[in-house]
Ligand binder design. Sequence first.
Ligand code: PBG
Length: 338
Amino acid sequence: MKPTVAPFPAARLRRTRSSAPLRALVQEHALSVNDLIWPVFVRDGENVVEPVASMPGVNRLSVDQVVKAAQEARDLGIPVICLFPYTDPALKTEDCAEAWNPDNLSNRATRAIKAEVPGIAVMTDVALDPYNSNGHDGFVEDGEIVNDRTVEALVKQALSQAAAGADIIGPSDMMDNRIAAIRSALEDGGYHNVTIMSYAAKYASAFYGPFRDAVGASGALKGDKTTYQMTPANSNEALRLVQRDLSEGADMVMVKPGMPYLDICRRVKDSFGVPTFAYQVSGEYAMIQAAAQNGWIDGDAAMMESLLAFKRAGCDGILTYFAPAVARKLRGLEPAEG
Ligand code: PBG
């Protein structure tokens, strides 16, 4: 379809921009609280709210505080909370056994939320990096991040998360064949309704820096993740990965990071028409917050504009650390304290 534009002055494209009601009438895209997934960091202890220095406004929360956060999110209408554990370095090993411990932090937090906060879905992260003494998402053998043995561990991890009550399993590891292996294990285990949101097109990105601080993986990581995460130079490869993950049983797919990869979101949505999500990652959040704190940009306006961009690019939803702030704003509430 070619847009038709009459010659001036029959067409004055400013007419539909000339007043707020007209602008509202012709608005093409909108952000809603239904679009938000809130990633939170879980740590050990009781009544702990520990700020993450590189992510102003984001805290590591003990399980009791995560339950409160989930209540707050549910009350704001946020449909999903996503858990990332900050694991005690003493529990990080080369065999990553803590990853499938039924009583690890992530599973304890999931169980507590499911018991105390009906009405919000819990998403969990499948990857070995929070539990790995060398910070990688897979097992390392002679310097290589090995695929097939890692997938066996990811299956155990995913099953422990499903047993704890996770509604959405989020494999973020980028190993080959993990979606097929996890899907078949979930079916065999009777977890027919547990959904998989595959981190299908996950790039080896510099924008994950603050997250690795938040989960305590920065110090641990040896080398980089370029043998399993995608190169930022590729776009067709993202479509192959999405297609592959869908064919293996992913219910939803994700592009990550977000704002530098909006072209990928659009291609994925146009090519497959499946539930498509983007992760506005820690570095994107940190950039907006840092500039706002310096008075260089209007933080609130930049937050809303950055998230609307995902809707325009075809995303059904966004994982964002701004989720509660956005939800409050969309509901016309005052910003939270602190
Ligand atoms: C690792 C994982 C990462 C993020 C989510 N899961 C970082 C990485 O791949 O090193 C990044 C999220 C963010 O930056 O906000 N499995």
